[in-house]
Ligand binder design. Structure first.
Ligand code: NDP
Ligand code: 2IT
Length: 446
């Protein structure tokens, strides 16, 4: 490791003990940035790296709520307001039992670079709770969301901090939180994105992350004169991102052969077509069931406790969670002929896995570039809310496609190596950094 990266990371670890995912995210960015900062010493003099790795504000709070038995439950609530140099804090809320400060800081840190890449004026933030929506009734989820917003409302606002969904937070949860915010503030504003279409939401926002990650894969393949048509695609997850990636890949002529949840993976070599995807959407979004049921219904293989990466595929789209592709998974993917990885999830590949992809010279699109279509379309929802004028599906989708093309072009600009290889990790990290860093310098020591 470069001694300067080592030294910087020693400081980060000492200041943020035990926050492993945060260390991982900061280290990856630092490795890309140190050579770039050498060439541009103004960023060193302004201590941008040190400043950008320290959240502007961290909010921690108690979320008490009553379950259906009348028993009091207590969860932790968080909002990390990471960086507001180029716009209001923007980023999702995650409700999952594994949520802790380190995970939310990694997500907020990634969000700063991702949001900058979108070309839209959004700072970076993230929040959530260790609340587990699984197995909870609608009423329990509503009471939890209302209690969560009873504290969060005083920290957010349409020009201050605009949360949205992430794991465990979809349209239902955004609705309950928006209702409580509106009641507390007596204001109807675009304080959250991912809203329902009847009350300020944007068309294509639910689809945007999965669509965007697919558009990004198509852009990467095009640099090698290739496309998604006739490609075999392995997707992990079966939530929002996985579902709409499946939809778009299929529409573009590819064949999705896997989906998964935290219990296991289904392998459907014939491909997950429209009818089967409709079943998955009903199963996951309405019945809140398990992918195992898919295997039973369609008589396909189910791998209990396994992730999809042992399956032969041309393209891999990890769309579940962080660190879901390790070194061995990456080696297996490359060995089986995978030529492209487009990350719908945030930081789904371990550093060792990323190393395997880069060494093999395959097309590797890191989450902060590949999954930026979600937050970009949140930005478009904010614009429509400010104008009080909704756009058509076609208008939003066409803007999303343009944004994904621009993000790809930025990665090419900052990530192209002398031998012609595009290192999208460097491209995304440096491309995302420049605008934020310049804004921080312009705004002085604040
Ligand atoms: P959902 O809650 O809709 O779906 C999450 C999916 O991932 C589920 O299938 C879930 O399985 C699985 N999963 C979650 N945690 C784990 C785990 N620890 N191990 C294995 N599987 C797991 O979330 P999203 O689809 O919205 O988010 C998926 C990923 O995409 C996350 O990394 C998120 O940060 C990222 N992302 C999301 C965006 C968005 O707009 N929603 C935007 C950009 C990135 P199970 O049902 O068993 O929990
Ligand atoms: O990780 C992400 O970019 C998201 N969960 C979406 C954030 C948003 O504000 O739409």
């Amino acid at each position: 490791m470069d001694p300067r990266v080592q030294q910087f990371m020693a400081m980060i670890k000492a200041k943020n003990p035990g926050e492993n995912e945060f260390h991982q995210a900061v280290q990856e960015v630092t490795e890309s940035l140190i050579p770039f900062i050498d060439e541009n010493p103004k960023y060193r003099h302004a201590k941008i790296l040190e400043r950008i790795a320290e959240p502007e504000r961290v909010i921690l709070f108690r979320v008490p709520w009553l379950d259906d038995k009348g028993e009091i439950q207590i969860n932790k609530g968080y909002r990390i307001e990471m960086n507001s140099a180029i716009g209001p804090y923007k980023g999702g809320l995650r409700f999952h039992p594994t949520v802790n400060l380190g995970i939310l800081k990694f997500l907020a840190f990634e969000q700063v670079f991702k949001n900058s890449l979108t070309t839209l004026p959004m700072g970076g933030g993230k929040g959530g709770s260790d609340f587990d929506p699984k197995g909870k009734s609608d009423n329990e989820v509503m009471r939890f969301c209302q209690s969560f917003m009873c504290e969060l409302f005083r920290h957010i606002g349409p020009d201050t901090d605009v949360p949205a969904g992430d794991i465990g937070v979809g349209g239902r949860e955004v609705g309950y939180m928006f209702g409580m915010y509106k009641r507390l503030r007596n204001e109807f504003t675009g304080v959250l994105t991912g809203k329902g279409i009847e009350w300020g939401g944007s068309l294509i926002r639910p689809e945007a992350t999965g669509y965007g990650a697919t558009y990004f894969a198509a852009e990467m393949l095009a640099t090698r004169g290739d496309s998604i048509k006739d490609k075999i695609v392995a997707i992990s997850g079966s939530g929002n991102v996985a579902q709409f990636a499946t939809e778009k890949v299929t529409e573009m002529g590819g064949k999705v052969v896997t989906l998964s949840d935290s219990d296991g993976t289904i392998y459907d070599p014939k491909g997950i077509d429209r009818e089967k995807l409709n079943y998955v959407m009903e199963l996951k979004n309405v019945k809140r069931g398990r992918m195992k049921d898919y295997a039973e219904k369609y008589g396909v293989e189910y791998f209990e406790g396994k992730r999809p990466w042992m399956v032969k595929c041309d393209i891999a789209m990890p769309n579940a969670t962080q660190n879901e592709i390790d070194e061995n998974d990456a080696k297996m993917l490359v060995k089986n002929g995978c030529v492209c990885v487009s990350e719908g999830a945030n930081m789904p590949s371990t550093p060792e896995a990323v190393e395997v992809f880069l060494k093999a010279g395959i097309l590797y699109g890191p989450g902060k570039a590949a999954n930026a279509g979600g937050v970009a379309t949140s930005g478009l929802e904010m614009t429509q809310n400010s104008m009080r004028l909704p756009w058509s599906r076609e208008e939003v989708d066409s803007r999303l496609q343009t944004i994904m093309k621009n993000i790809h072009a930025t990665c090419v600009k900052y990530g192209s190596k002398d031998n012609g290889f595009i290192n999208y990790v460097d491209g995304a990290n440096i491309g995302g950094f420049v605008k934020v860093a310049n804004a921080m310098i312009a705004q002085g020591v604040v």
